[in-house]
Design a protein around this ligand. Sequence first.
Ligand code: ZN
Length: 595
Amino acid sequence: MYSLKWNLSQFYKSLDDEQIDKDISLVLKEGKRLHDKYLTSDFDSNLKSLKVLLIDLESFDNKYSYGGKPSYYIYLNQFLDQESVKVKARYSQIEKLNIELSSLLHFIYERLSKIPESKQEILVNDSSLKEYSNYLRNVFKFSKHILSNEKEEVVNELSDMASGSWNRLLESLHSSEVVKVKDSKGKTHTLNFEKLTDRFNSPDKVLRDNASLAFNEILLKHSKVAEAEFNNTLQYKAKMDKIKKYSYPEESRYLSDDVEKEFVEDMCDYVKKYNTVSKDYYTLKAKVLGLKKLKYHERGLSFEKGESKFDLKKSIDIVKNVFNTIDPKFEGILHKFLSGNIDSESKKGKSGGAYCINVAKSLPTFILLNHHDKLHDLLTIAHEAGHGINSEMMKETQNALYFSTPPATAEIASTFFEDMVVDNLIENSKGVKKLNILLKKIDMDVSSIFRQVAFFNFEREVHALFKLKHYLSNKEIGEVFTKHMSSYMGSSVTQDKGSENWWMYVPHFRMYFYVYSYSMGLMIAKYMKAKYKKDKKYLKNIKEFLSTGTSLPTSEVIKKLTGDKDHIWKMAIDEIKSNINDANKLYKEINGSQL
Ligand SMILES: [Zn+2]
């Protein structure tokens, strides 16, 4: 069987390699060197010293960002073997390294942030600092919110106990549950919490309904802990905002993602206004699946008929082919990943899901997959390779300080490439197979756009309510949750008893206002795709975007790609509408029945 494996021997022989310890010491030594060199430097009042500092930071980041090579090696190993005690021990070593590095260098950001605003403006516009202009802008924008070294240290040291460990407590209560559920043939399945959620999509209705009942029972069993945990999560956020002088809950997210409040809110309003589209989709889906209504847990149910197998080799060939027709450069980048930078097989102990991983500009990109020969897995390759292309193109053009993507734009590259592959599959298939792919695609679009916006609106409301009431009961949180979920699902999906508690296990609500980025990325990607299909010359804009990194303010990046913002949302929603129409027509043709 064809499979791909990461080649990590390019870094070290094994986790026991003594060179790892030597390299960790070296990274720390470099951090200390920077610390000592700049502690007494006048970089915050002398332009020349500032430039020297920036050049030094750039070369430090190039090699040692996130702890550099030893950190990366251990981090990657952790993806492959999450249960290994050896990896865990090494992991705590690099966690310590990274905390030490950030406390060694924090004073630099603290002192830069204290440069008076009028002078900040001059530095951002100084021609001798041109290549660092957006970096400085990004540091300065936190001026009002950065704490002194001592305070920052206290906050950092306590943050895991104040917030993270509560989240993990709830997670571990959920994941320690193992239950028995029966299928339609009376066979008993012993399933843990994670496996239960997989069964929501089982073609066996008895099994999926039983899995959902068992899942709801687990949530209910730990609901008192969830209530306390979530109130703590809300309170931690409110307190941190007060300490760091943020005036409203989403502000720190917008600032760190470098995205404008109005832009995000405009998108959310638009998506909410057009939620008849997602409602129509669920009505169609229920009919296609032969169900009167979809239960809450059946939203993601696959249309099994016409399902094709996409083994790894076939999937990669399809993706390469599509990438090649857009630009051979893209195919070339994916081709390079195939020799040692992709790990494809699902294995015990290996992290689930899929990731594109990067830490420093000078270190290679790695892609983790769990390929199971499904359409979804084929699209995942396109998605993660899209992230990978983005990284490689940034490396070619940008300095190390700009080698990253803000969340607001990070999903544009990945979903653009993924969408191009789906479109290709739709064009090249017909009948039931085509209907299958169309439904899958709309499913994904609805989850990424309408569901994430509903999640975001839930978060906004629940944080505002907490500010007002200081403590929220499960019932109150559940009511807000159900309100937003039903707003995009409509009456074809039932809000079953127990579904009001599903906020309890969504990890993203513990990351604060991150979810908008999925919706924004995909909508901009759809705009980009439509533009490109109309005029191939637009490829130039796409390539420029893929090379940008954080060298420009996000709003400028988006402006360069899209021009008028009203068009972005409209183009994306129009595409989904048109796909729903196509699916509807196709279903009628296949079934010969009236909808
Ligand atoms: Zn992604």
